[in-house]
Design a protein around this ligand. Sequence first.
Ligand SMILES: [Zn+2]
Length: 287
Amino acid sequence: MSVHSNLSVMAYGPGDLRMEKLPVPEPGLNEVQLQMNAVGICRSDVHYWQHGRLGSFYMKNPMVLGHEGAGTVTKLGPGVNHLQVGDRVAIEPAYPLNNDEFCKFGRYNLSPTMFCSATPPYHGQLSQYYVHNANYCFKLPDSVSSEEGAFIEPLSVAIHACRRARVKMGSKILICGAGPIGLLNLLVAKSMGAAQVVICGDSVRGDCAPSGARTGFGERPSAKCRHPRGGHPGHVPILQHLRQQWNGPYSNFRELGLLAIWFHGQTLRQKPTCYRFFEVVIRKPTR
Ligand SMILES: [Zn+2]
């Protein structure tokens, strides 16, 4: 394959995925051009492919998918001094477009002006060549493979979630959802000292979940407890399901005082008074 081609995975709309040759992008100020080595496929990519949207993010134009990537630096844009051609890097896919007050107090992830790979209107990383802000590319040591480098973004989500949930020695943890992020949360929670972890989902991966985890409901609570007005299953139904389960098989989780929920673009519609029922503190564990 020619080095001048840039074969990319483009989502055109619901169910319409194409391999397409795009121009090789050139790095601008403070950017690097990367030859991509490994890119994970996130559930959000699957949503854009199957539904053309993720929560409130709608694709208005064809979009290259992928935001969990690692690549090798092939060109430096002006102003880049901390990386060299040949460096392998892991990519932080989301960064603020303005140096606003959130950046100044160290919480750039909360900026309202975020760029994020493979989030409309921005292309993602499932290309042979991809250009990214060099300040959000992190050099990998030789001991870390590119595949492991691509896993750093989803792993960081799990670490952030467990920190937000204040997991510590002896914690009892309930994880709703046994996909890759749920399983990473399981591993991180165990490594932070959690004493008991229950994980539930559509198909709990039994081969992946034996490291001290009990498997849970056997089906996805949000699917079982759809919104009464027929809306998209969201996280309020998860709360309702937890309410039903609270005195059931998971009554030993009564001490659980804090519930970290991935809102995933959903709006929490229930009045805050219901949370007192659980004595639960809602903390958003993602960005
Ligand atoms: Zn992702």
